[in-house]
Design a protein around this ligand. Structure first.
Ligand SMILES: Nc1ncnc2c1ncn2[C@@H]1O[C@H](COP(=O)(O)OP(=O)(O)OP(=O)(O)O)[C@@H](O)[C@H]1O
Ligand SMILES: [Mg+2]
Length: 369
C-alpha cells in the first residue's frame, strides 16, 4: 500500500489504544507505540535495545516465553497468549497478547509484532468461579428433582397397565394409553436430566469421523434445505475421546443451529440458511486454568438470528432455553461431556453469525514444565 502523503503511519500507530511492540530477531525491542509506553511505564528511548523478555517474562511464569517467541520467528506461526501476568513497577498487570511475524521483505530480518490488551483478570476469574459454582448447584438441584420425579413413575405405569387389563374395555384404553405414553415421556425427560450413567470410554478418535456422522444425520433431517459447508483441516491429530459422546455434543449443537435457522425463516430474506463445520488446530488455550500447548478446535457455525441476547451469558446452564418447546438441557449436557474430556465449549453470537467452538486438548503435556 502506498503511504498517504498527508499521514505518517507512525502517528497513526501512536494514536492507537492498543499497545504495540516490535522486536527484532534477537528479541530486542525495536519500537513501541505510545499506548505501550503508558502500559509499561517506560519510554521508547529507554526500552529500545532491551530484551522484550524483561517485560513479557515474569518470575515464576511457567510458560516459556523465550521459546515461544523464537519459535514464532523461526516458523512464522502466530500465537495468542491469554491472561499473561507481567510486572510493571512491582505490580501485576494482566494482559492478553498476540504475536505475529512481520514480513520485512528481507529474509534475515524478520520482526515480531506483539499486540497487548490489558485485562482485569481478577474480575474475570471471580466471575468464572461464580458461574461454575452456580452451574454445579443448578445441576445438583436438577438431578435431585429428576430423581424424585422418576421414582413414582414406575408405580404409576404399572398400576395403569393393571387397570387397563382389569377394565378390558376399549372405551377406557384411550385414557390408559395417554397415561402410559405421558409417563414414558416424563421418564425420558428425567433420564436426560440425570445425564448419562455410562462412564466415557476413551479411544483415539479422528474428530472428522463423529463430525461426518452428525453431518449425515443433519442432511437426512433437513432434506437439503440447509447448505452444509465443510472446512476441514485433515491433518489434525487424533484426540483421546469417547466417540459416541462427541457425536452427542456435536449433534446437540448442530440441532440447535438447525432449529434456530428453520424456526426463523423470516430472517433469511437475501441468503440461504448455512451450517459451516470447521476444524482447526488452536494453539495455547487455557481451559479451567490449565494452559494447553495445542488443542483441536471444532467450530459449528450458522447464519441464523443468533442466541437471544438475554440468555447468551447463561446459555450453558441447565433449563435455560429460548424456545417454547425447548427443555434447555442440550448445551448443559454438551458442556459436561466436554469437561469430562478436559475440553470446553465457547459461544460467540451476533445476528447472522453464531459459532459454538469445541476445544479438545490433544497433547498430554501441558505447557507447564
Ligand atoms: N445456534 C443457535 N442459534 C440461536 N440460538 C441458539 C443456538 N444454539 C442455542 N441457542 C439458544 O440456546 C438455548 C439453549 O439451548 P439448549 O440446547 O441448551 O436447549 P434447547 O435447545 O432449548 O432444549 P433441548 O434440551 O431440547 O436441547 C436454545 O433454546 C436457543 O434459544
Ligand atoms: Mg437444544
Amino acid at each position: 500500500m502506498d503511504q498517504h502523503p498527508m499521514i505518517d503511519y507512525r502517528v497513526l500507530v501512536d494514536n492507537l489504544s492498543t499497545a504495540i511492540l516490535l522486536v527484532d530477531r534477537d528479541l530486542n525491542i525495536f519500537y513501541l507505540n505510545s499506548s505501550c509506553e503508558t502500559l509499561f511505564d517506560i519510554s521508547l528511548l529507554r526500552a529500545s535495545g532491551q530484551t522484550v523478555l524483561n517485560i513479557l517474562q515474569s518470575p515464576g511464569d511457567v510458560f516459556n516465553t523465550e521459546e515461544a517467541l523464537f519459535n514464532s520467528l523461526k516458523t512464522g506461526q502466530a500465537y495468542t497468549r491469554r491472561e499473561a501476568t507481567i510486572i510493571v513497577n512491582f505490580k501485576d498487570v494482566h494482559v492478553d497478547y498476540s504475536v505475529v511475524q512481520l514480513n520485512t521483505g528481507k529474509p534475515y530480518h524478520p520482526l515480531l509484532l506483539i499486540e497487548l490488551n490489558p485485562i482485569d483478570r481478577m474480575l474475570k476469574i471471580s466471575k468464572e468461579e461464580n458461574l461454575t459454582q452456580q452451574h454445579q448447584v443448578a445441576r445438583q438441584l436438577i438431578r435431585g428433582v429428576a430423581h424424585e420425579i422418576k421414582n413414582p413413575l414406575g408405580g404409576i405405569r404399572g398400576a395403569t397397565q393393571l387397570l387397563a387389563r382389569s377394565l378390558n374395555d376399549p372405551k377406557y384404553a384411550e385414557f390408559t394409553d395417554i397415561i402410559i405414553s405421558e409417563v414414558d415421556r416424563l421418564r425420558n425427560l428425567a433420564d436426560t436430566m440425570l445425564g448419562s450413567r455410562q462412564l466415557p470410554s476413551y479411544e483415539p478418535v479422528n474428530v472428522h469421523d463423529p463430525l461426518e456422522r452428525v453431518r449425515s444425520l443433519i442432511v437426512n433431517q433437513t432434506k437439503k434445505k440447509i447448505i452444509i459447508t465443510r472446512d476441514y483441516d485433515l491433518s489434525l491429530p487424533e484426540v483421546k475421546a469417547d466417540r459416541d459422546q462427541l457425536i452427542q455434543v456435536m449433534l446437540n449443537i448442530s440441532v440447535n443451529a438447525v432449529q434456530a435457522m428453520t424456526e426463523n425463516k423470516e430472517f433469511f430474506t437475501d441468503q440461504q440458511p448455512e451450517l459451516i463445520l470447521r476444524t482447526r488446530i488452536q494453539r495455547l488455550v487455557t481451559i479451567n486454568g490449565v494452559l494447553h500447548r495445542s488443542t483441536v478446535r471444532i467450530d459449528i457455525q450458522d447464519n441464523g438470528p443468533g442466541v437471544p441476547e438475554d440468555i447468551l451469558e447463561s446459555v450453558f446452564y441447565p433449563l435455560v432455553t429460548g424456545r417454547a418447546k425447548g427443555t434447555g438441557l442440550g448445551l448443559s449436557i454438551a458442556q459436561n461431556i466436554m469437561h469430562q474430556h478436559n475440553g470446553m465449549i465457547e459461544c460467540q453470537s451476533i445476528p447472522g453469525k453464531t459459532i459454538f467452538s469445541l476445544y479438545i486438548p490433544w497433547e498430554l503435556n501441558h505447557v507447564a514444565k
